[in-house]
Design a protein around this ligand. Structure first.
Ligand SMILES: [Zn+2]
Length: 75
């Protein structure tokens, strides 16, 4: 029964290695949620900084609100 015994040992070692590996690298592999820093743009009217995705764009200028977009750029 040499082969069967050898196989059993190989399988046992294999399983042990998997368990050890799991223990060593057991931490959940979730990378830290790198929240993408929202790009801030400045309202051309009042100068407040707003998220680019929330800002209203008009040409090369961004505005914080539709009101300021209508009023347009200062100066
Ligand atoms: Zn504004």
């Amino acid at each position: 029964m040499g082969i069967a015994r050898t196989l059993l040992i190989v399988v046992a070692i294999f399983v042990a290695l998997i368990i050890i590996k799991r223990l060593l690298t057991g931490r959940p592999q979730t990378p830290p949620a790198q929240a993408q820093a929202p790009k801030l743009v400045q309202c051309a009217h009042c100068g407040v900084h707003v998220n680019e995705q929330q800002a209203l764009r008009s040409g090369d200028h961004y505005y914080c609100s539709a009101d300021h977009q209508q009023r347009g750029k200062t100066n």
